[in-house]
Ligand binder design. Structure first.
Ligand code: RUQ
Ligand code: CUA
Length: 665
């Protein structure tokens, strides 16, 4: 056979193989729909037999029918759940509870090329470093979807890192982290992230008080030098970035600010954070002091922090803030003077503060109080207008409890967080009871706020979330409870057990657990659930040569035919492309001691045509989504022969998608 003919045949064969492979993957939704069963129709003859053999109860069958998603069909909702001390976030389909994605945020994840060489990502992670220490972990707690007029708009999601007081921005066009900001004045945050109704600001409450800038001060000087803080991170929707220069903080007493929620509709402009440890306990059991948990639980009341971010913004614009470590801070006396900051007593070690969908009430749960306490926003306004307060030791007005407290509902032990549905019910997690309390959201009549029923869940429950539940118009249908301590629910996998989620059906008056899901990673703190069709994610980047961090075409975009290796002294710059099933160039020759700048453009535009790139011996792992350009840099300090290859099984000839890095001595 002539070599030319042989080559043509080979290429033809390859093309066939590839076409077959691509056609073989049935990727869309179900294309031919068999007749669904009708309500009067018969079930397949063996349905009951299967159920009987598996020992299923009618409730089990009901649960299975409500959660099963036929192959290729999409879930109605997406849940964005924190991954806790994994430092990342998870996307889970509801009602199937299928895990769709881990989004790397604070912690490197090799499979998505996050934090293993990609230059822009390293720079972004470095923006979250603390005093020069590279921070490559996090403790994510509260995801917040961006909102327009108090409704999730599907554009962005934010999440905090409690451990180092950082906030991240994730763009929902590609579900990737775009920015990490570090608060320069606090070292931990918790009441974060929560957005104002038009995502003007991302609200962040501190947690453990330190001197501002966490500089050293003896713990004996706690009251004098340690402070709490509430930060309003300004968000620019057009650039998709938090703007630290336009952000500001409000100094607060060294009570430990906890969960926050922004006001909405009638209470727009205000935000609410509760606090615990108004005792200002600092522990020291080793010195014979009461342990922190006892010291911090002595008083009957802690303080709900009530602040007006619009007035704070105006005061900052009027030059009334002080710059502290590069951040505008409204000091406490100024915040009080400007009518920005108030406190209201709240029963025993509160945790969650949640604003009702109509913005009229704030529901506070005291961990050590069996009630939720409901504050009426109009009563808060009246107390403020009427000067109905006393001053706390820091000169902050404490509104009269009886004047602002509207109602209380006794729910059970250890209430933590509340969420709402579309039928006028609230749901509160009961940590100690391992249950969810359902209660009637009342009106001006305090007696109208009533306990309805309690649903036992199988673990100690922390947060709970509902479909579109933090918006001005919740959907109802589903509540997801986020648990700790799975004990005996799953087959043993060693002493470190998976943490868990349960799906609760609340449609049509139901109130039943219909799915148990192990997350497989760290504690799911909070989550938000959005309608899937509100999200318009890209299937490929808009142009070949895309820089996902800047969300524009990269200056290093390399098109077919432009591949090259340029040497300039000791610096070698590589412009590479990837396409099924090769990298070009396939041989990269450098010398020991060279500095290598390596750009790779995935020139594919097809849905799902991702290539990966790992370079043995160099800690490099990249993910090249269709159209993406990635750059990494290397100081080549060892000579030798190294292989780089594609990590995504992208075609039948994926194993051949490799090349050699030849480092001459
Ligand atoms: S926490 S279980 Cu939000 Cu970090 Cu309450
Ligand atoms: Cu590209 Cu495997």
């Amino acid at each position: 056979m002539k070599p030319a003919l042989k080559r043509t045949l080979m290429i033809g064969l390859l093309a066939l193989l590839l076409a077959g492979l691509i056609a073989g993957c049935n990727r869309g939704r179900r294309d031919e729909t068999p007749e669904p069963v009708s309500a009067e129709g018969d079930l397949p003859a063996n349905a009951l037999q299967i159920a009987a053999e598996r020992g299923l109860t009618p409730d089990d069958i009901n649960a299975a029918l409500k959660t099963f998603m036929p192959s290729g069909q999409w879930d109605e909702y997406l849940m964005f759940a924190s991954g806790g001390h994994s430092g990342n976030m998870m996307v889970i389909g509801i009602p199937s509870m299928r895990i769709l994605k881990h989004i790397a945020v604070f912690t490197p994840e090799a499979w998505q090329g996050y934090g293993f060489g990609a230059r822009d990502i390293e720079e972004m992670l470095d923006a979250g470093n603390v005093n020069g220490v590279k921070i490559r972990m996090g403790d994510t707690h509260h995801p917040a979807l961006s909102e327009t007029e108090g409704d999730y708009d599907g554009q962005y999601v934010f999440i905090n890192d409690k451990a180092s007081a950082r906030v991240a921005v994730i763009d929902l066009r590609d579900f990737e982290t775009k920015q990490i900001v570090k608060d320069p004045n606090i070292i931990s945050n918790h009441g974060s992230t929560f957005v104002t109704p038009n995502t003007e600001y991302v609200v962040q409450g501190a947690q453990y008080a330190t001197p501002l800038g966490w500089e050293y001060a003896p713990i004996e000087e706690y009251e004098e030098k340690y402070r709490g803080l509430i930060t309003l991170w300004k968000f620019n929707r057009e650039t998709g970035r938090i703007v630290p220069e336009e952000s500001f903080s409000i100094e607060a007493p060294p009570y430990w600010q906890d969960l926050c929620d922004a006001g909405k509709l009638v209470s727009d402009g205000w935000a609410f954070c509760n606090s615990f440890n108004t005792e200002m306990a600092t522990g020291g059991i080793e010195d014979g002091n009461p342990p922190i948990e006892a010291g911090a639980s002595q008083r009957d009341m802690d303080y709900l922090h009530i602040f007006n971010w619009q007035r704070a913004e105006a005061a900052v614009k009027a030059g009334k803030a002080e710059m502290i470590n590069g951040m505008a801070v409204l000091r406490m006396p100024v915040a009080v003077e400007e009518g920005v900051l108030y406190l209201a007593p709240e029963p025993k070690s509160p945790h969650g503060a949640d604003v009702t969908p109509d913005g009229k009430y704030i529901v506070v749960s005291g961990k050590l109080d069996p009630h939720v306490t409901i504050y009426a926003f109009d009563k808060i306004e009246q107390a403020i207008a009427g000067g109905n307060w006393e001053l706390d030791p820091f000169g902050v007005p404490v509104l009269n409890y009886d004047a602002v407290k509207h109602a209380q509902i006794e729910l059970g032990l250890g209430p933590l967080h509340s969420i709402f549905d579309d039928q006028g019910f609230g749901y509160t997690s009961l940590f100690l009871d391992s249950a969810v309390a359902k209660w009637k959201v009342g009106d001006e009549d305090p007696e109208s706020w009533q306990m309805v029923e309690k649903l036992p869940v199988q673990y100690n429950i922390g947060h709970l979330t509902a479909a579109e539940g933090d918006t001005v118009s919740p959907d109802g249908k589903y509540v997801v409870v986020l648990n700790k301590w799975s004990v005996d629910r799953f087959a043993p996998v060693g002493p470190l057990l998976p943490q868990n989620i349960q799906l609760v059906d609340i449609s049509d008056g139901n109130f039943k657990v219909i799915y148990d899901m192990a997350m497989g990673i760290g504690e799911p703190h909070n989550a938000q659930i959005i309608k899937t069709d509100k999200i318009n994610a890209w299937t490929a980047y808009p142009e070949v040569g895309w820089d996902p961090i800047k969300q524009e075409k990269s200056e290093y975009a390399t098109l077919p035919g432009e591949e090259r290796i340029e040497r300039n002294g000791n610096t070698v710059e590589i412009f590479m492309t990837s396409v099924r099933s090769h990298f070009t160039p396939e041989r990269v020759r450098v010398k020991k001691g060279d500095h290598v700048i390596w750009h790779i453009t995935n020139i594919e535009t097809a849905h799902d045509a991702t290539h990966g790139f790992q370079l043995g011996g160099h800690n490099i792992s990249l993910s090249l989504e269709p159209g993406e350009t990635v750059t990494f840099e290397l100081d080549v300090s060892n000579d030798g022969t190294y292989a780089y290859y594609c990590t995504e099984f992208c075609s039948a000839l994926h194993l051949e998608m490799m090349g050699y890095l030849l480092v001459e001595p």
